[in-house]
Design a protein around this ligand. Structure first.
Ligand code: NI
Length: 133
């Protein structure tokens, strides 16, 4: 495989954070870390091109916030055709993790994800495509 070199301009502080992170992850060169990031980025693009796909949505939230929980449930019900199953895991006294398996057009899955992620009080959210290769 032909290797190409290219220059990248980036803020010094930002680069320092990147270097610290990749060191902790065990990378010995920036090139390998950047190459892995590009691979990840390209696979996300494949995700948006496929017709129908399966993905996981994870959400972490505080279950004491009743309004948030009500909104989560009603949002999930309004996308019921996309949701295959959901699992609720109690993380500690106040935090819950919800893992939602969903299937459908990538655009629709992203719409579902954005609707859930944007609910006030959701602490973290991720959308993970389950590629079949
Ligand atoms: Ni819980």
């Amino acid at each position: 495989m032909k290797i190409r070199r290219f220059g990248v301009s980036i803020e010094e502080e930002f680069l320092k954070k990147f270097d610290d992170l990749i060191k902790r992850k065990g990378y010995t060169t920036r090139s390998k870390a950047i190459s892995d990031l590009i691979t990840q980025f390209l696979s996300q693009r494949l995700f948006t091109k496929s017709a129908r796909t399966t993905a996981l949505i994870t959400l972490v939230y505080n279950h004491h916030k009743r309004e948030l929980v009500d909104r989560l449930i009603s949002t999930e019900h309004s996308f019921l055709k996309l949701i295959v199953s959901s699992q609720h895991i109690h993380l500690d006294d106040e935090n819950c993790l919800e893992v939602i398996v969903c299937r459908g057009r990538p655009h629709s899955l992203e719409e579902l994800f954005d609707s859930l992620r944007s609910i006030k009080g959701v602490k973290s959210a991720s959308l993970i495509p389950c590629s079949t290769g």
